[in-house]
Design a protein around this ligand. Sequence first.
Ligand code: ZN
Length: 138
Amino acid sequence: MKSYRKELWFNVPTRRAFINITGQVQDCLGESGITEGLVLCNAMHITASVFINDDESGLHQDYDEWLERLAPHAPVAQYRHNVGEDNADAHMKRQIMGREVVVAVTAGQLDLGTWERIFYGEFDGRRRKRVLVKIIGE
Ligand code: ZN
């Protein structure tokens, strides 16, 4: 069995953003030389997510507004977590959107559904953060 590991780095200039990382994960798969197996892709921070959905800007705006209704950023004093920091909402948004995805690798390709794309969800940006890509297989 072969094994591959890489960290993807992000420094999003805004507090929140959704970034399509499908191409970067596919590039990792190419580098790995693995043609049959599994890709695990996870955020390495508790205020960011990796998830799979449609690459459609209206949907991303809908997500952002939905998450803001569920866990509004302001007023920051509404959260017990926000003693000396202001990112309680980002912890909650990450919890809803998830930590990681697992994608099958078939014939050297990410075996995704027709409209499935892999996204990095940032909820407390403006600093360097990492995503782990781990690939195992043959
Ligand atoms: Zn925090």
